[in-house]
Ligand binder design. Structure first.
Ligand code: AMP
Ligand code: ZN
Length: 136
């Protein structure tokens, strides 16, 4: 996609500090990091989100995210890592080229990746389960 910033970064048309690169993905540091070392795994080919991306490319990107998480843990001394990925504006996606966040976590850091635990609606969930099974 000619006007996609992550296409340009992943394919070298916009310079970036890359911590890992292969023929399918590039890994950069987030410009507005949640914590020190927050990295993004960018596939080199464009897909807006999880609903569009090729399965093998997504699997590869996740394997790279695991390797980067392990390396960041070693490099930063963080105590844990969140690996997450937003799909759609309502889910918090702001750049519409799929990317995987790798966020090192420290005691008392300022990343707030939490929700209020709710309660299950068993009737609705039974309905959803039937519909999901029909699709899968
Ligand atoms: P999301 O909200 O999941 O779409 O995440 C987009 C992320 O991309 C945010 O954390 C931004 O800070 C980050 N970001 C946006 N533009 C750039 C850029 N030019 N270089 C690095 N990270 C960026
Ligand atoms: Zn793109």
């Amino acid at each position: 996609m000619s006007d996609c910033i992550f296409c340009k970064i992943a394919n070298g048309q916009i310079p970036s500090t890359s911590i890992y690169e292969d023929d399918k993905v590039k890994v950069i540091f987030d410009i507005s990091p949640a914590t020190l070392g927050h990295a993004l795994v960018l596939p080199k080919s464009h897909a807006a989100n999880v609903f569009e991306i090729d399965d093998e490319l997504l699997a590869h990107a996740h394997i790279v995210a695991k390797k980067v998480a392990t390396a960041l843990k070693e490099a930063t001394g963080c105590k844990g890592v969140n690996i997450l990925q937003n799909n759609g504006e309502v889910a918090g996606q702001s750049v519409f080229h799929l990317h995987i966040h790798v966020i090192p976590r420290y005691d008392d850091d300022d990343a707030h990746i939490k929700w209020t635990p709710g309660t299950q609606d068993t009737e609705k969930l039974a309905e959803i389960a039937e519909k999901v099974k029909a699709v899968l």
